[in-house]
Ligand binder design. Sequence first.
Ligand SMILES: C[S@@+](CC[C@H](N)C(=O)[O-])C[C@H]1O[C@@H](n2cnc3c(N)ncnc32)[C@H](O)[C@@H]1O
Length: 361
Amino acid sequence: MAVPKETIWEIDPHTSAKHKILEGYLKAWFPVISRFNPVINYIDGFAGPGVYSKGELGSPIIALNVANQHTSDLKGNINFVFIDEREDRIANLIEELKNISLKSNFTAHPIRGKFHEVLDEALGNLEKEEKVLAPTFVFIDPFGFSGIPSTIIQKLLTIPKVEVFINFSVDSINRFIGTKDVEFHIDELFGAEKVSELFAASKDRVRDLRDLYQIMLNSLARFVRYFEMRDEDDRPIYYLFFASNHELGHLKMKEAMWRVKKEGDFKFSDATDPNQIVLFEKEDFGEEVFNLIKEKFITGKYDVEILKIFVENETAFLDKHVTQALIFAETNDLIEVDPLKTDGSKRRKGTLPNGVIVNLK
Ligand SMILES: C[S@@+](CC[C@H](N)C(=O)[O-])C[C@H]1O[C@@H](n2cnc3c(N)ncnc32)[C@H](O)[C@@H]1O
C-alpha cells in the first residue's frame, strides 16, 4: 500500500486484526496494571486521525473505548498520550475526541510531534526530576519503518514496567533496503551502521531482518513474541513485536492473539520460534505441545505446574494447551499420572490441575 497523503484514508483489511489484538490486550492490561498502580500511561506513538474513511475506529479511539467501557470501573488514573507528526491528523483526532466523554480519572493528550522526539524530551524531563515513568504500554505503528530508532526503544525498555508493541513493516524494509535516501532510517531502526551490507548475501532477507530485530529486543526484554501477518499470496507483510518484562502481560498478549485467529484472506501466526510456527487455526494442539514438552524435559516426574510455566513463558501456547497435551499423552500411553497429588490428596480421574504429578516416559 502506498503511504496515504490525505488526512483520513481507507482502512487496510489486515489493520482490523491488529486492532483486535490491541483491543483484546488492553481489556486485560488496563485492569491488571491499574489495580496496583495509581497512575498508568497508554502511549500511541503513531496515532493517526482517530478514524478511517468509512467510519472505522482508529487505534486512539479503540483504546479509549476499552478503558471507558470496562465492566469493572478502573480505579487508577490513565493518561492517554496520542502522538502524530501531522497537524491535520492531530486536529482530526481532537475533533473525534470531542465525541467521547471520558471518565474523570482518564485524560487524553493529543500531541503533534515526532514520536521519538516527544518521548526523548519527556523521558529527559523525568530523569532531570529524578522521577520514573509510571507503568506504560507503548503502541508503535508507523506506515513504514522510519521514526523508530532503536535508541528510543532501548530507553523505554530499560524502564521497569514499560512494554512496547511494534508494527515491524518487514515488507517495506525488504523493498527499500539498500536505497540511499532511506538507509539512515533502517540503520537507526536496528541501531547499527550500514545494515544493508549485513544482508547483502542473505538468502532469506525477510527472515534475517526479523531475526535481527528479535535479537535486539531480546537483549532488552525478558519476553519477546512476534506475530506474523501474511497476505493472500502467503507473503509476510508485517510482524507485530511485543516486548515486555511482565510475565502476566506476556500471557495476556498471547491470549489476545489466540482470540484473533484468522482474518479474511490474511493468515496470522505466532512465529517467534521459526521452527515452530503456530497458525491459530486448529482447536487441538495436544500433540504439538506434548512434543515441545518432550524436547524440553528429560524423562521423569514433573508437577503439572512446572510444565505450564514452561509452556506459558517460553512458547506461543496457553495453559489450556498443556491440558490438551497431557490428555493426548495419557491417551497414547506416553505418560503415567500419579494417583496422588503433591499435597498427598487423590487426583480426580481425568483432571490435570497444578499439583498433579506426571511421569514422562
Ligand atoms: C499507520 S498510521 C497510524 C494508524 C493508527 N495507529 C491506527 O491504528 O489507527 C501512522 C501515523 O503515523 C504518523 N507519523 C508518521 N511518522 C511519524 C513520526 N515520526 N512520529 C509520529 N507520527 C508519525 C502518520 O502521520 C500517520 O498518521
